[in-house]
Design a protein around this ligand. Structure first.
Ligand code: NAP
Ligand code: F7E
Length: 321
């Protein structure tokens, strides 16, 4: 039985990846950090099928122990401070988790077993003020937030370990991907959750920032498959993973409110405090390399994704009432 260690297993992607690996017959280990209250909701349904190991990306020894205890063939580094606005409030901590955390894990792998295959969760936020559209693996980076800068560091340190130590270390440059398990502060879930609450009469107003921003949004369940495919190739290569289609935040609002049959004009207000100090205006990825070499393609389109999220929020809120 192949073993995999997933950091960030309690997050959106970690939960989908753990499900995916279990279905492939892997023995799955997850790194979790201690907290006064457990936050395992996303993996509750598979809790008895995965082994959780205590550790933190800030603590090198805990990473070495987790590797020694799990002896994985593959490590997926999904843990990060992943919310872009928080990275302006906590830029140093974001760098510690999201940039140096990757180095600590790579070092731990180099010490414990250099043959472990390593996946780094790189991000389209590295393209920032984009140099070309669509963005591909060769597009230069111009990050626009401390988060984007930290991810660029994580990206290049992964390449550096590959080239310096001949390790199988790859980065997936993933564009935005969402699901009913997305954190409530990210715009997709904020909008679908609010649409469902307004429908249920629990909320009246939805405050948003920049409605003009464009993102290439896909479904998280599709994207974790690409992570696994990248680690199961003959050669370690970095790939862009995206749908190739870009939509504005206002399109997201229109579809979500349309799903519940409510006019967004009556509920959405602009809150200048939600506008970012430096915005990423337009992201649209070219994933043709992944499509041709990995045989990967997204299955869920934007409208189906938004509808899936609204329906899940409607059902969850309805069940809780
Ligand atoms: P998420 O839901 O925010 O999950 C982040 C995970 O990281 C959580 O499990 C969290 O644990 C864990 N974590 C944070 N700091 C940690 C630390 N110091 N030590 C150990 N674990 C820590 O993020 P996601 O959306 O699943 O994204 C997964 C990864 O892909 C992240 O690296 C993100 O930056 C990257 N990414 C995401 C997207 C996207 O659109 N979703 C796109 C490109 C790249 P707790 O439960 O304890 O908080
Ligand atoms: O914002 C605009 C906001 O926070 C998307 C992370 O997973 O994807 C994610 O980062 C857009 C931005 O995601 C609100 O200004 C308007 O232009 O959902 P988001 P993000 O910043 O793109 C990348 C690929 C990652 O790697 C990250 O980890 O929506 N927007 N009004 C808003 N955004 C939020 N959050 N809240 C609003 O009220």
């Amino acid at each position: 039985m192949k073993r995999a260690l997933v950091t960030g297993i309690t997050g959106q992607d970690g939960s989908y990846l753990a499900e995916f690996l279990l279905a492939k017959g892997y023995e799955v280990f997850g790194l979790v950090r201690r907290s006064s209250t457990e936050s395992f909701e996303r993996i509750q349904h598979i809790r008895d099928r995965v082994t959780l190991l205590q550790g933190d990306l800030l603590d090198e020894n805990s990473l070495i122990s987790a590797l020694a205890d799990s002896r994985p063939a593959e490590v997926y580094n999904l843990a990060a401070q992943s919310f872009v606005p928080a990275s302006w409030n906590q830029p140093v901590l974001t760098g510690e988790f999201t940039a140096l955390g990757a180095t600590r894990l790579l070092e731990a792998i180099r010490i414990v077993d250099k043959s472990i295959r390593f996946y780094q969760a790189s991000s389209s936020e590295m393209f920032g003020r984009v140099r070309e559209t669509p963005q591909n693996e060769k597009t230069p980076f111009y990050p626009r937030s401390p988060y984007g800068v930290a991810k660029a560091y994580g990206h290049f340190i992964t390449i550096n370990y590959r080239e310096s130590y001949d390790m199988f270390a790859v980065s997936g440059i993933l564009f935005n991907h969402e699901s009913p398990r997305r954190g409530l502060e990210f715009v997709s879930r904020k909008v679908t959750h609010a649409a469902a609450r307004i429908k249920h009469g629990l909320q009246k107003e939805l405050r948003l920032g920049n409605l003009d921003a464009r993102r290439d949004w896909g479904f998280a369940g599709d994207y974790v498959e690409a992570m696994w495919k990248m680690l199961n190739q003959a050669e370690p290569i970095d790939y862009v993973i995206s749908t190739g289609k870009s939509h504005q935040v206002r399109d997201l609002v229109r579809i979500a409110f349309g799903r519940v049959g409510i006019d967004p004009e009556k509920h959405v207000t602009i809150d200048p405090s939600l506008v970012r100090p430096a915005e990423v205006d337009l992201l649209m990825g070219d994933s043709s390399l992944a499509r041709s070499r990995l045989g990967w393609e997204p299955r869920v389109d934007f409208e189906a994704l938004v509808n899936m999220m609204v329906d899940a929020d409607l059902a969850a809120i309805g069940a809780a009432r």
